[in-house]
Design a protein. Sequence first.
Lengths: 163, 60
Amino acid sequence: MRDCDLFLGIITPSYGSGQDPTDDSSLSITHQEIKLAIELGKPRWLLAHENVIFARSFLNKLSIKGGIDFRGTDGRANLNLKKSPIFEDLRVIDLYEEAIIHLSPPIEVPLSERKGNWVQKYHSNDDGATFVSAQFFRYQEVEKFIEENFKKDEVLQNSGGTS
Amino acid sequence: MNSEKRKLKVLVSSTVYGIEELQTVSMSNLLTMGMKSGCPIKGRFLSFQLEAPLKTAYKL
């Protein structure tokens, strides 16, 4: 990660591998990498499957009568999800929220101040391919873009940089 | 094209498991080809060093 010039991350309803089997709270490798990409301010292009975005929106609107809701990491902590190919782990939504810089207090960043927070929704592999092809096919332009925008100590961290 | 100028290093990370290696391909086509063949999206976790001529992908 530290050596790369740019980062392409793909968030799907699967959570990824590489977790410590003895630690339920350990993060998948991809989750760690996306966090690190943000932390390091790497120029990044992120895609998220629409099911992830739908699940987040659905849970954000859901609550138990009289109280508990399921917004944010803390809200979703009230839920148990049986692991399945349809949706493997609710932390996929945590990952998505980190990617869009939609963080919970006390580190919340107002929408108007978020930068580098675009995550492209995709429906199918072809849909994702269209985005990636459009973004990267002319890689010389990508290289120039990075050179012009990210070589001056300007980074895309949670609250800084440009996209 | 002068391949020596192509030194962008791209890290591709996906939450879905798939193939673990890529053949050496031209950088300009890598991501497009990868997507069409299901590499990045279906491919759990590919780390590419995109240099031309492209070196074989490595896995972290």
